[in-house]
Design a protein around this ligand. Structure first.
Ligand SMILES: [Zn+2]
Ligand SMILES: [Zn+2]
Length: 217
């Protein structure tokens, strides 16, 4: 197994600008600079989840095309936490009609309420259909039983798509994530931050835990 972002990089952060985070893109970027991050991806929820949560109308995505980091040297990517829509593997990967530059494919039950087997089938079909667009499979233990998660992890490996060790969920339920730690070829450790303190703390906690569990030195 290989951790793709062992340094000060985080690829899963939510903003209030585009979805359900607590801070604006500008606040997040300033703060990321203060705590020494070098690269971040603001991966807000896709239009499908925004719609399900009643947040769709507030998102005007086009300004992100001309947004520039005037605060510090943190490299900023505008991604999307895309949504698995059904068992056939349809995916929503846009916000306000604009696709992201970093696509995390996640399952959220607000968008596609289903059982573990069907969710796994959906992921596997989505990977087969969109592997050239998907940069990462998000929080694979949410909505998936261990053996179904394993099938998704194996398919992602086959198509060279990294997984995500979702720091927020990993620190709560470490044992649930052994299936990923033991089987994923490559993975990111991402905060899934919705508030600034997540960005500072939860990744650090995850790395400490990885040491305790002897996955890293
Ligand atoms: Zn999510
Ligand atoms: Zn998220």
């Amino acid at each position: 197994m290989k951790i793709l972002n062992p340094g000060k990089e985080d690829y899963h952060i939510h903003s209030i600008t585009f979805s359900d985070g607590w801070n604006s893109v500008d606040e997040i970027v300033k703060y990321a600079g203060e705590i020494g991050m070098t690269k971040i991806a603001i991966c807000d929820h896709s239009a499908a989840l925004l719609k399900a949560d009643g947040l769709l109308k507030k998102t005007y995505r086009s300004p992100c095309k001309r947004w520039q980091n005037v605060y510090n040297s943190v490299e900023v990517i505008f991604g999307v936490e895309a949504d698995l829509l059904n068992e056939s593997g349809d995916v929503c990967m846009e916000i306000d009609g604009i696709e992201g530059d970093f696509i995390i494919l996640s399952y959220h039950e607000e968008v596609f309420k289903s059982d573990s087997k069907k969710v796994a089938a959906g992921f596997i079909n989505a990977i087969k259909r969109y592997h050239d667009k998907i940069d990462c499979i998000g929080h694979v233990r949410i909505g998936l039983e261990e053996l179904d998660a394993l099938k998704v992890i194996q398919t992602a490996n086959e198509y060279n798509i990294p997984l995500e060790l979702n720091a927020k969920y990993f620190v709560k339920y470490p044992e649930n994530w052994r299936v990923l730690l033991d089987n994923a070829d490559r993975f990111y450790v991402n905060s899934d931050a919705h508030v600034l303190s997540d960005l500072r703390d939860v990744r650090n906690e995850a790395f400490q835990l990885l040491k305790q569990m002897k996955y890293i030195k």
